[in-house]
Design a binder for this molecule. Sequence first.
Ligand code: FES
Length: 123
Amino acid sequence: MRQDTALAARCKAALLASFAMGEGSFEAVARVDDLRPGTVTTVYAGETPVALARVGDEVYAVQHACLHLKGPLGAGHLEGCVLSCPWHGWQYDVRTGENEFDRAIRLRTYEVKVSDGEILVAL
Ligand code: FES
């Protein structure tokens, strides 16, 4: 019984440590001033391309490859919260990643935070 308690404590500590490591995984990808409201662009978090969109003062990050045929969403068109793929026009809500016509289809979204004018993305 005592061993179970010790094991549970070690598991809890490992779990908390993994969350703490996740906190440190944000990566600076751009400066806020370089991303005008109403625009989307391609940035890299390490080797991973990300479509970075600015809607007003909010910044959103979604996977770069469109779920249709992997079109480059960072080269798409942003209207409000809706990002249109430049290849065939599939549309996604950058806040949720959801496809506008079929909500069951969803892009991967990434957590974003802004610190000292830098946009940071966690993959
Ligand atoms: S590749 Fe994006 S709509 Fe076809």
